[in-house]
Design a binder for this molecule. Sequence first.
Ligand SMILES: [Fe+2]
Ligand SMILES: [Fe+2]
Length: 239
Amino acid sequence: MNTKVDEIADRIYRLSTFLPAVGPSGFTFNQFLVDADQPLLFHCGQRALFPAVSQAMASVMDPRRLRWIAFSHIEADECGALGEWLAAAPEATVTHGAIGCAIWLNDQAPRPPRVLADGEVLDLGGRRVRRLDTPHVPHCWDAGLIYEETTGTLFTSDLFTHVGDPPALTDGDILGPAVAAEKKFGYTALTPTTGATIRRLASLGPRTLAVMHGSSYSGAAASALESLAAVYDGLLRQG
Ligand SMILES: [Fe+2]
Ligand SMILES: [Fe+2]
């Protein structure tokens, strides 16, 4: 198993592991390191990926420097290796939204979590991360995303999921491959608020989308989010 490292924005690193046996044409599992005075990891990856992902991080910085661990929602690829990361980084704290702490982390995390309110900013020293509650987007009640304000990077978790092992960063079409993956897997918990939640993300005006499965995107990110919201509005109308 090999984890590739790419800097997709200034001091924001994508740690990507391609698993060829997952899905019809393989699948990438991407974690993101926000390098700052207090470095933050977004997504832990599954436990089986931890040796490869932590080795990849070590090519950028000593994993013991990690101070924050965050993720979108409770699922193995998002937070399966939380215990391994907290053991490897003794000064790190896991942070999540109020719902996720209440229904999972307060009971299951090896160390107490730090609750981040909707809209609250974590100042990492050189990078600023804003928490956004996005319940049931892409799925799970506890779901939320983070937005790094100095680079304009939105970490989208499973939004824009697409298959294969495409380039780390693209300015090409990511909507088409994402719609194809949605139609194949049906992974989004479609509700009457799905479109509005995604449009709120577009209103941030991001310049880069850090995508968990597939290429990250640099370009007209807000309009890509608006288009994705319109796709889900359409699916909802179809019933
Ligand atoms: Fe997920
Ligand atoms: Fe995922």
